[in-house]
Design a protein around this ligand. Structure first.
Ligand SMILES: *[C@@H]1O[C@H](CO)[C@@H](O)[C@H](O)[C@H]1NC(C)=O
Length: 458
C-alpha cells in the first residue's frame, strides 16, 4: 500500500468520526438548548369561559408558556344564599362557599381546558410548563391540610403532559425547574408549589415546606444562568393585604413575612444575578418592584387572569368604581409609568404576561409586559440585564431611617391615614348612608305625626 493511500484512508476515518460527533451532539442537544427569547405566562383560566385570549398569545408566538395556577376552576363555588336548601351565608349556613369536585369532575374540567382550540394550537407550537394555585389544587385558599392533593397532583401533571415515569409524579408537590437555551444565554425557570406544604393562613408557619425549601436552595445555588425566573402562583412583592385589610385580604407571600424574608435571603446568599418573579392569582395585572432585599431590584410581574379578571366580575357601570378603588389603594411597590393603560397601573381585564429577551442588544435587555386580549401592552418594564446584578442598588442607602421610600418601604409602614384610607372611606360611606337613612326615617315620622296632629285638631 502506497503512502498516498494511507493518507486517504486516514482522511476517510477522520471525516466519518467528525460526522458521527456532529450527529451525536445535535441529537443530544434537545429542544431545550435552543435560544429562548419569548416566554408567555398566565393564570386564572376558567374552562367554562370564552377563551379568546389564546389568539393573542399564539400571535406572540412564545417558545415557552408558563401556567401559574388556577389553570382550571376545579372546585365548586356555591352562590351567596341566606335562605333555601344550600345556605352559604349567615349563622345558619349549612355549606361552605367552596367545595371540592370529584376526580371525574376534575378530569372533565381539565379535558375541557385542554381541548380548547386556541390552547390546543399553543400546545402544538410551544413548550408548556406550569404549577398550580388553589382552584386547580382543588379548593379555594387551601393549603397542606387538603385531602385530595395527591390525586389532584396526578391530574395536573396529566394536563401538563408530564411523562409517566417523571420524578415529579413521585415527589410531594408539583414544584419543578427547567433550563432553556445554550450556555451563557440560559434561562432557568423555577416553579414553586405554594399549596401542598402551606400552613393555614394567619399561622405564620411554613409556605413551601421543608423538602421544597431544601430543593429551592439547591436550585438557586446550582449552575449559573443569565436569567432566573421564579414562578409563584401568589404575589411575592406586593402585599396588598397591608393596605386593603381589614376590608379584604389577599393570599400572598406577604402574609407569611418570615418565609418571605427567608426567600429573599436565599436569593441574596446565592449571589445569583438576573432573578425575577412572575405570579398570578389576584385577577388583575400589575408589576411590582422591591429594591431592598438583594443587591438589585427584584421585580414581580403579575398576570391574572387569562379569563378571570376583576372587571369581568361586575357589570360595566361599576368598572369606574373598581378603577377608583384601584387608584385609591395605597401601594409602595407597584411600578408606576405614564404608559400604563389605567392610571393605577393595574389592569382589571383579561391579560397575559409576555417576556422578551433581546440577546443581541448590548447590554442584553429584558422587556416584560402585561398584555390585553388583543396583545397590546397595558403595563410593562424594560430592564437591561446588567441592572439585575448585585451592586445596582445599595439597600442600606436606599432607605433612610424614618423615611418613606418607594420600592423599599413595606405597605404596613405607611402612615395609618394613608394605609387605611380605603377602609376609612368605605366605613365612612356606610356610616353616612346609615345616618342619612335614620335622618330620613325620623324626619318622615315627625312630619307624619305633625300632619296627624293637625288633622285631629281640624
Ligand atoms: C402584609 O400585610 C399583612 C396584613 O396587614 C401583615 O400582617 C404582614 O405583616 C404584611 N407583610 C409584610 C411583609 O409586610
Amino acid at each position: 500500500m502506497g503512502r498516498g493511500r494511507w493518507w486517504r484512508w486516514w482522511g476517510l476515518v477522520l471525516v466519518v468520526a467528525v460526522a458521527v460527533a456532529v450527529v451525536a451532539t445535535t441529537a443530544s442537544q434537545s429542544k431545550e438548548d435552543h435560544l429562548v427569547s419569548r416566554i408567555a405566562f398566565g393564570s386564572c383560566s376558567d374552562q367554562s369561559d370564552p377563551q379568546r385570549i389564546w389568539n393573542a398569545i399564539n400571535n406572540f408566538d412564545p417558545q415557552v408558556f408558563i401556567w401559574l395556577g388556577d389553570n382550571i376552576y376545579g372546585d365548586i363555588k356555591h352562590p351567596f344564599k341566606l335562605f333555601g336548601k344550600e345556605r352559604t351565608l349567615g349563622p345558619w349556613k349549612n355549606i361552605p362557599r367552596f367545595t371540592p369536585s370529584s376526580k371525574q369532575e376534575m378530569e372533565a374540567k381539565y379535558k375541557k381546558a385542554k381541548t380548547n382550540p386556541g390552547y390546543s394550537r399553543l400546545r402544538e407550537n410551544t413548550k408548556v410548563i406550569g404549577t398550580w394555585d388553589d382552584h386547580d389544587y382543588g379548593l379555594n385558599d387551601a393549603g397542606k391540610e387538603f385531602s385530595e392533593k395527591i390525586t389532584n397532583q396526578g391530574l395536573l401533571l396529566d394536563f401538563l403532559d408530564e411523562p409517566l415515569d417523571s420524578p415529579r409524579r413521585k415527589q410531594e408537590g408539583v414544584y419543578a425547574s427547567y433550563t432553556f437555551g445554550p450556555v451563557s444565554r440560559q434561562i432557568k425557570v423555577i416553579l414553586l408549589d405554594t399549596r401542598y406544604h402551606r400552613d393555614p393562613l394567619l399561622s405564620d408557619g411554613t409556605f413551601l415546606g421543608k423538602s421544597q425549601w431544601a430543593w429551592l436552595e439547591k436550585e438557586l445555588n446550582g449552575p449559573a444562568s443569565a436569567i432566573t425566573i421564579i414562578g409563584s402562583s401568589v404575589q411575592v412583592i406586593s402585599n396588598h393585604s397591608g393596605a386593603t385589610g381589614p376590608l379584604f385580604f389577599f393570599e400572598c407571600w406577604g402574609r407569611f413575612p418570615k418565609e418571605r424574608d427567608r426567600l429573599f435571603k436565599l436569593i441574596a446568599d446565592s449571589k445569583r444575578d438576573g432573578v425575577f418573579f412572575i405570579s398570578g392569582d389576584v385577577h388583575f395585572g400589575e408589576i411590582a418592584r422591591y429594591d431592598c432585599a438583594t443587591g438589585y431590584p427584584l421585580y414581580d410581574i403579575t398576570s391574572s387572569g387569562l379569563t378571570k379578571a376583576v372587571e369581568k366580575a361586575v357589570p360595566p357601570p361599576l368598572h369606574l368604581i373598581l378603577k377608583f378603588v384601584a387608584r385609591l389603594t395605597p401601594t409602595t411597590m407597584r411600578v408606576m409609568d405614564r404608559n400604563c393603560r389605567d392610571s393605577s397601573c393595574t389592569y382589571g381585564q383579561p391579560n397575559f404576561g409576555a417576556i422578551e429577551i433581546d440577546w443581541d442588544a448590548t447590554p442584553v435587555t429584558l422587556k416584560i409586559e402585561v398584555r390585553d386580549i388583543n396583545g397590546f401592552p397595558v403595563t410593562g418594564v424594560k430592564v437591561p440585564l446588567l441592572e439585575l446584578q448585585a451592586g445596582s442598588v445599595d439597600p442600606v442607602a436606599a432607605i433612610k431611617a424614618g423615611e418613606y421610600q418607594r420600592h423599599c418601604s413595606l405597605e404596613v409602614t405607611l402612615p395609618w391615614l394613608v394605609r387605611y384610607r380605603l377602609a376609612i372611606l368605605f366605613y365612612g360611606a356606610v356610616a353616612v348612608l346609615l345616618l342619612a337613612m335614620i335622618g330620613i326615617t325620623s324626619g318622615a315620622i315627625s312630619i307624619s305625626r305633625r300632619l296627624l296632629h293637625k288633622y285631629k285638631c281640624d
